[in-house]
Design a protein around this ligand. Structure first.
Ligand code: PLP
Length: 411
């Protein structure tokens, strides 16, 4: 008969006893679980780093992919002793591997994996802006983020100033603020915002700059290296990449911010489950490859749309895979959305399959029409998440749908 053991995996030597403990309060993300990554990150390119995300992290077995640790509780070797894991809300071996990767990819010191992108936005805002503080945010944000900030403002939790573009940010940040929230490119108008410039204004105003980097990912842009304090993601999108996992992430450079976020996340609990951590780790491995293909396809799609007589405006920043356009007046957008075949009419983005969204009735329906109109978002604007299919098929699909929709009303 074998004697049961309380801990079946190797305890990393440098780990403090009870470091993860509920009772021990907060801690930043450990960076010690990668057998293949030394304490100092190797000088690998991003593609190599991504392909090796979560590789050989389990010294006990040498498993190439990251094990999914489902246990919510972890046995203690003795009183006031810990394997490093006590309770999964506080820390999970599978989540640690993911968080480690997320921190490295954005050159941060700590990263947190959450149950959705909105949970990530909420964690960043409500932990880092004191109640009653002033939040300056772009209007041209994901509609759910706009709605969330609007609700907080209506409830009196924060004094929220929504502004349009860099000029709006510059004006608003002449006065003190606690936190600035931007997306670049903006969503869905695809305007690039200069992170370094905005970080300068934000810091002069005493504010932390939060950048939602969902559309660009660390493959295209690493906001912390440009002066941002916090990066948030809907990892449901490009990071996961397969429309099969809902997740969010927060990454910071300053360990003190990491400690505060860790404490709040453990206290409030919207952490990502182990299965979803695994799916996200698997998705990340191909992120570099996917982003190259998304971008190459999006360039061709944008060129086609620019040249089409059935399109009146194309918005594409030249990077990543998101393209917005206004169909010409003769196009019936309902017919267009019913006629596409390679694209699917759905409200998300960043997956390998191409999707088309109508923001005014989907993602941005809760932004008041006058606000949408003020920053140029028309009711007819369509947003494409260009996937990794063959570009010719994407272009052919858009051509046939535009032609069908443009002629559908005529005899
Ligand atoms: N940020 C951006 C840019 C988004 O597009 C979304 C969702 O569409 C979110 C945040 C919210 O993420 P989630 O849907 O994962 O909660």
């Amino acid at each position: 008969m074998t004697t049961p053991t309380t801990a079946s995996f190797t305890v990393p030597a440098q780990q403090d006893s009870l470091a993860h403990g509920e009772s021990s309060g907060c801690r930043a993300v450990p960076l010690h679980h990668h057998a293949s990554w030394s304490a100092e990150p190797p000088a690998w390119g991003l593609g190599t780093m991504l392909a090796h995300v979560g590789t050989a992290t389990d010294p006990a077995t040498g498993a190439i992919t990251t094990p999914i640790h489902l246990s919510t509780a972890f046995g203690h070797p003795g009183l006031r002793e810990s394997t490093g894991y006590d309770y999964t809300r506080t820390a999970s071996p599978t989540r640690d591997v993911l968080q480690d990767a997320l921190a490295r990819l954005d050159a941060g010191t700590a990263a947190f994996a959450l149950s959705s992108g909105m949970a990530a936005v909420q964690l960043a805002v409500e932990t880092l802006a004191p109640y009653g503080g002033r939040v300056v945010a772009l209007e041209d944000l994901y509609g759910g983020t706009y709605r969330y900030l609007q609700v907080l403002a209506e409830e009196g939790a924060y004094d929220v100033d929504f502004v349009i573009g860099e000029e709006g940010l510059r004006g608003a940040l002449k006065n003190p603020a606690s936190l600035v929230m931007i997306e670049t490119p903006t969503n869905p108008m695809m305007a690039e915002i200069d992170i370094e410039r905005v970080a300068g204004w934000a810091h002069a105003a005493g504010a932390l700059l939060v950048v939602d980097n969902t559309f660009y990912t660390p493959v295209v842009c690493r906001p912390l290296e440009r002066g941002a304090d916090v990066v948030v993601y809907s990892a449901t999108k490009y990071l996961g990449g397969h429309n099969d996992v809902m997740a969010g992430a927060v990454v910071v450079a300053d360990p003190e911010l990491g400690e505060r976020l860790m404490y709040r996340l453990n206290t409030t609990g919207a952490t990502l489950g182990p299965f979803d951590c695994f799916l996200l780790l698997r998705g990340l491995k191909t992120l570099s490859l996917r982003m190259k293909r998304h971008e190459a396809n999006a360039l061709l799609v944008a060129e086609f749309l620019e040249a089409s007589e059935h399109v009146s405006r194309v918005l594409y920043p030249g990077r990543s895979g998101m393209v917005s356009f206004d169909p010409a007046d003769d196009v019936d957008i309902a017919v267009f959305l019913e006629t596409v075949r390679v694209f699917t009419f759905a409200e998300s983005l960043g997956g390998v399959e191409s999707l088309v969204t109508c923001p005014s009735v989907q993602t941005h329906a809760d932004v008041p029409p006058a606000t949408r109109a003020a920053y140029g978002l028309t009711d007819r604007l369509l947003r494409l998440s260009v996937g990794i299919e063959d570009a010719e098929d994407l272009v052919a699909d858009l051509r046939q749908a535009l032609e069908a929709a443009a002629t559908s009303g005529s005899d």
